[in-house]
Design a protein around this ligand. Structure first.
Ligand code: 5AD
Ligand code: SF4
Length: 464
């Protein structure tokens, strides 16, 4: 079905101009998808699209999807049902609507999506979204049900338009994509492909552009970010620590973080960077997934619980105040009560500032999905509940210990209450404090006076 380029509108001065096309974007899943959505909307802005938060106004609706667990993947289909109804209603009013599915469900399911949801016009994988303008032009030319999930030879990052002005003083920067670790529960090696690291010079360039536009804090993203090995101008490969050292030289960039890391790739130079590099924030997201060595082996994690303990000890020796965050899976096939107790014990022993915990979700095509027996759903649910209680008690402890301390907060945006701003501590917690909007983008000392499980509040040490 052909699509109009843009509706014409007659303005008060009598001139006819194109009304902007509107794009609605919903992002599921991880920060890599948040980064990809930003880059897609920049690519579309160059084509005259403006963003809308109302799908009923959208000429183009994109779902940027996540395939990591079944629940996230299934949500896409319920959203597609709603978008189909909107498309039909808009069609009755003479308006075209393009529905596109991007991200990891697009990559994993491809044309199956169009079969299950025929209202979908376009399926575009995470390695192909720089081709969105060209794909939209092909739809306008009369093609339909386009599925673009190849891993093209050209570099998507080089093909994308330059970064637009920053909307926030914090930004994500994807430095690495894909994963070669093949944990037996995980779809990432299949959806995002093998590890690829962007060259140092391209990243320094993109970081400089972001800093020129007001970004103060960068979070370097990668599915296995500490496996980063990007090409340097000298021809050899830089480690993540090497990249961080390069980025830290950028004047005006104040804070650097990175996620997600694998314990096997926590090298000595990266641990040393936590000791020596002031701009590298004292926060580390380091999944351990499970604490039983038998389960870890079945997960193909390539480390034991003791390896993880020893690693944490080395990291804490380098940076004693570091806030640790982790991912944990409960109910992996074959996980016994005793195995699960080991997970609880490790959580208590380490004392995480933050943790994401998940019920194991069998993913098609992954080795663990066919392991017999799977853990029953009610057992998984009970384990998750117990684990979450424990990790939440951990948040309260970590946050509570900051009450009375004065910490530097980078204010990011206005808070819900008038006169209040929200920012982040070096340890990544959200911090609320009364301060003028002129302080957005500034790092200000805040004395913490109260702590909740998910945020801190305090007063700015500077007179306002
Ligand atoms: N089921 C449950 N959780 C999963 N994760 C990855 N795959 C699965 C799965 N099949 C979790 C892991 C990973 C995080 C991003 O998602 O904990 O670190
Ligand atoms: Fe998935 Fe992370 Fe394991 Fe890679 S290291 S396979 S992304 S869980």
């Amino acid at each position: 079905m052909p699509f109009d380029d843009a509706a014409q509108q007659t303005f008060a001065d009598g001139e006819t101009r194109a009304e902007p096309k509107r794009v609605f974007m919903r992002t599921f899943g991880c920060q890599m998808n948040v980064y990809d959505s930003e880059r897609m909307s920049e690519a579309l802005a160059a084509e005259g699209y403006v963003e809308t938060s109302n799908p009923a106004d959208a000429d183009l609706a994109i779902l940027n999807t996540c395939h990591i667990r079944e629940k996230a993947a299934e949500k896409v289909y319920s959203d597609l049902g709603r978008l189909r109804d909107i498309k039909l209603a808009r069609g009755k009013g003479g308006k075209e609507t393009v529905i596109a599915v991007a991200g990891c469900v697009a990559q994993a399911e491809g044309s199956e999506i169009v079969r299950r949801a025929p209202a979908v016009d376009l399926v575009v994988g995470p390695q192909s979204y720089h081709r969105l303008p060209e794909l939209l032009a092909r739809l306008r030319g009369g093609e339909n049900a386009l599925v673009e999930t190849a891993f093209p030879d050209e570099d998507k990052f080089a093909a994308l338009p330059k970064r637009l002005p920053a909307k926030s003083p914090t930004a994500f920067l994807t430095v690495q994509e894909g994963c070669d670790k093949f944990c037996t529960f995980c779809v990432v090696p299949y959806t995002r492909g093998m590890e690829y690291s962007r060259p140092v010079s391209a990243l320094v360039d993109e970081a400089r552009r972001l800093v020129d536009r007001g970004v103060k804090e960068l979070t370097l993203l990668g599915q296995n970010v500490n496996g980063y090995h990007g090409e340097r101008a000298e021809g050899d490969a830089a480690s993540l620590a090497g990249l961080i050292r390069e980025l830290a030289k950028i004047g005006g960039l104040d804070r650097i973080r990175y996620m997600t890391s694998h314990p096997r790739d926590m090298t000595d130079d990266l641990i040393a960077a936590h000791r020596d590099e002031d701009k590298l924030m004292p926060f580390l997201h380091l999944p351990f997934q499970a604490a039983s060595d038998r389960v870890l082996a079945a997960m193909n994690r390539k480390h034991t619980a003791d390896d993880y303990r020893a690693l944490i000890a080395r990291i804490r020796a380098a940076r004693p105040d570091i806030a640790l965050s982790t991912d944990i899976i409960v109910g992996f096939p074959g996980e016994s009560d005793e195995d699960f107790e080991a997970t609880l014990a490790l959580v208590s022993e380490i004392g995480f500032a933050h943790a994401f915990s998940f019920k194991y979700s069998p993913r098609p095509g992954t080795p663990a999905a066919t392991i017999d027996p799977q853990v029953p759903e009610d057992v998984k649910r009970d384990r998750l509940e117990r684990l979450q209680q424990l990790v939440e008690a951990g948040y309260a402890r970590f946050n509570g210990a900051l009450v009375g301390q004065t910490i530097p907060v980078l204010f990011e945006k206005a808070g819900r209450r008038d006169g209040q701003l929200v920012g982040r501590s070096p340890y990544w917690q959200l911090v609320h404090a009364d301060a003028p909007v002129s302080m957005i983008g500034q790092i200000v000392d805040v004395t913490i006076d109260s702590a909740k499980a998910n945020s801190l509040s305090g007063v700015t040490a500077m007179p306002i």
